[in-house]
Ligand binder design. Structure first.
Ligand code: ADP
Ligand code: MG
Length: 683
């Protein structure tokens, strides 16, 4: 590993800024991909519909610029004239530009177009001579996610320095036949191509290779870590029990056909010849939890312990409370639930540990605290993980280790099309709950653009005033130069000004776990009313009082992901709303987002999304803080996932332990990958 400060031009100060971005070494820098590209499109005659977009206009200044002072701002203003009419140009605290603003000569100005009253305005445009601009046309300039004090130029320069110092980065580990078969470029070309593509095609090729790598290594890592499969003998046989039937009959609602079918599959697994290894996939709100509860009930009724692990404390507490209520409501005296979370007091934890160890608790619900070393189980026979896609395999293995291979059930709402589930879950059996409980009030959806900003804010205000809560989702954590995208930091600051009477929370993947938990908890208990976040809120938390979700720059997300996000609202008795705010007003964008209004079936949406988003859609790059897939997008890169999965199968069929000489580079790469990612690898 090479320190950042070993690179030319990086001192301790810049290094500290890079640390903030999660870039700790020169190697990290190679993989700190741009969040998008700035394309120098040919100058155009912008209409009002291009508001909010980066625009280049050619024209002639009608006169010398005027200078105004406003507080400590010096504003330089000129008027540009061309076939499109007049556009006002403003520069702030940049008097030195004055000499470049010569009337009567044709120049190109480039910046974000705004409409103020009936005037078109560009603030702080770049100034180009027409010939020079023509030369730039068609090139792609990388745009990096930035933190205050670090400019895009500094990042780009540092990346170039890292290239010089590190590439080729230990050669290419991918066997040549694989590259040939799927037309993949080599690793070095890919890294260069993603940072500094000369053409869009180069960027797409680079992206394809890197996405392939992300999937391929992920799948290999999964398989190499995987517990024993289906063929393991069932040493915890559990016969079906009356109590589950009684509970189903006594519930205030009727289970859907799909829930019943899946429950019977699980019930049969538990009493079958082999250990259960099953995943339940079901859209948000499809009612997976009750199926899990039934399985746990059968387990404890047969005399064993069962544990359920949730990705956040908030979710764990919710499950625990629901279980306790179930026990009381239905007089299920055989159930003895206990909660175990990291933030509990030492004395509480100790007491929980005791109950788990001596068997006086038989339903154990918690977070990853469930498998810390001090926790010893008495008779653990069933482990359920909720929202599995957020869990580390290592964590899960630690828990499995305590129960001598118990039955495992995992639950996920990630709407992966069925054909792809196989690639991910291998020989794990998959059950799908493909039906929604009747009688839900459907979420009302709106697909809007910037022109609805004011009315959206007013709407948020009214909902807040009624005591409801609101999610605002942004594609970025922090601002990026040159890329006009909503980001958590600025959005939260903005909303704070608009709604000074409410408490606003921030949430993103670069925060520490306990910080995230604290914010989520504050939102769940209502002390925070407005939550500004990246996609990390996807995880299945239930805040029934949250009735509004606004997704900024919705065009940046896959439909499947937007659908997943919208599942956070519509969970309570109040009507819920989802506003998809498009940053661009193009027809294609509006049509694609419109699908979310037509369907509320996650599987249908995921399939349509795959069909609709062509590879030309290269602006899907964004910043969620998700550590596992930086570029890859399950809902969009299905065909690459398929290829990576086939390749992994073929490689492992021939050489299960990667001991062959020719696989040595791959083995080394996998080892590094495992070290870096083990905590994050999710199933
Ligand atoms: P998810 O599949 O997203 O985990 P949950 O299990 O949390 O969904 O269920 C969401 C809500 O729907 C819960 O309040 C649950 O009690 C309720 N629910 C589950 N099954 C049914 C059903 N068949 N009819 C009506 N409501 C149901
Ligand atoms: Mg759930």
């Amino acid at each position: 590993m090479m320190k950042l400060t070993e690179l030319k031009g990086i001192g301790p100060k810049t290094e500290a800024l890079f640390f903030k971005l999660g870039v700790r070494t020169a190697e990290d820098l190679l993989h700190y991909y741009p969040v998008g590209y700035d394309a120098y499109d040919p100058p155009c005659a912008p209409g009002a519909d291009m508001e909010g977009q980066k625009t280049a206009v050619k024209g002639v200044l009608t006169g010398y610029p005027s200078v105004r002072r406003k507080g400590n701002l010096t504003i330089l203003t000129a008027v540009l004239s061309g076939p499109y009419g007049k556009i006002r140009l403003n520069w702030y605290n940049s008097l030195f530009l004055k000499s470049r603003l010569v009337p009567g000569r044709e120049q190109v100005f480039r910046g974000v177009l705004r409409i103020r009253g009936n005037m078109k305005v560009i603030d702080h445009p770049e100034i180009h001579e027409p010939e020079k601009y023509a030369a730039l046309s068609g090139t792609l300039v990388p745009v990096y996610g930035l933190t205050a004090g670090l400019s895009g130029k500094t990042v780009a320069k540092a990346v170039r320095e890292a290239f010089a110092a590190l590439l080729p980065e230990g050669g290419d580990y991918l066997p040549v036949p694989v590259k040939e078969r799927f037309c993949l470029t080599d690793a070095e070309t890919a890294i260069r191509g993603i940072h500094f593509p000369q053409t869009p095609e180069m960027m797409l090729n680079a992206r394809k290779r890197l996405v392939f790598d992300e999937f391929f290594l992920f799948i290999l890592a999964l398989r190499s870590l995987k517990e024993a499969g289906l063929e393991e003998e069932n040493h915890f046989p559990m016969q079906p029990v009356r109590e589950t039937e009684d509970l189903i009959a006594g519930l205030p609602f009727r289970l859907t056909e799909a829930q019943l079918r899946v429950w019977h599959e699980v019930e049969a697994d538990l009493s079958g010849r082999n250990l259960m290894s099953r995943m339940i996939q079901g859209d948000v709100g499809s009612g997976k939890t009750i199926v899990a509860f039934l399985a746990m009930l059968q387990c404890v009724r047969c005399g064993w312990q069962s544990a359920m692990m949730a990705p956040t404390e908030v979710l764990a507490r919710q499950h625990f409370e629901k279980f306790t209520k179930l026990k009381e409501t239905y007089g299920l005296s055989c159930i003895r639930p206990v909660l175990l979370c990291g933030s509990m007091k030492a004395s509480e934890k100790k007491e929980a540990d005791r109950q788990i160890a001596d068997g006086s608790a038989n339903i154990i619900i918690g977070t990853h605290a469930l498998f810390q070393d001090h926790v010893g189980y008495d008779r653990l026979a069933l482990v359920i993980t909720d929202e599995q896609h957020r869990f580390g395999v290592r964590q899960r293995r630690a828990l499995l280790g305590k129960g001598f291979l118990p039955h495992t059930l995992v639950m996920s709402a990630t709407p992966i099309p069925r054909t792809l589930a196989v690639a991910f879950y291998g020989d794990m059996a998959v059950s799908v709950i493909d039906e929604m409980p009747a009688g839900r009030t459907p979420v009302k959806n709106a697909v809007v653009d910037e022109s609805a900003r004011k009315s959206t804010l007013a709407f948020i205000g009214r909902q807040l005033a009624e005591g409801r809560q609101v999610y605002v989702v942004c594609p970025m954590i922090e601002p990026a130069e040159e890329l006009v995208l909503a980001n958590v930091k600025e959005e939260a600051a903005f909303l704070k000004k608009v709604f000074p009477d409410y408490k606003i929370g921030k949430l993103h993947g670069r925060m520490k776990t306990d910080e995230k938990n604290a914010v989520m908890e504050a939102f769940a208990d209502g002390s925070v009313q407005l939550l500004v976040s990246t996609t990390v809120i996807e995880v299945g938390v239930d805040v029934p009082n949250a009735t509004v979700m606004v997704v900024e720059n919705a065009e940046r997300f896959g439909l499947a992901q937007l659908h997943q996000l919208r599942g956070r609202v519509g969970r309570g008795k109040h009507q819920s709303y989802c506003v998809f705010m498009a940053g661009q007003k193009s027809e294609a964008v509006m049509a694609r987002l419109g699908i979310l209004k037509q369907s509320s079936d996650g599987f249908v949406i995921a399939e349509k999304d795959l069909a609709l988003r062509g590879p030309g859609d290269l602006l899907g790059i964004r910043q969620s803080g998700d550590p596992v897939f930086t570029l890859a997008d399950i809902s969009r890169d299905g065909s690459i996932l398929q290829q990576a999965s086939e390749t992994a199968d073929a490689v492992l069929a021939e050489d299960p332990w990667l001991n062959l000489e020719k696989n040595a580079p791959l083995k080394a790469k996998l080892q590094t990958y495992l070290q870096a990612n083990e905590r994050n690898i999710t199933l």
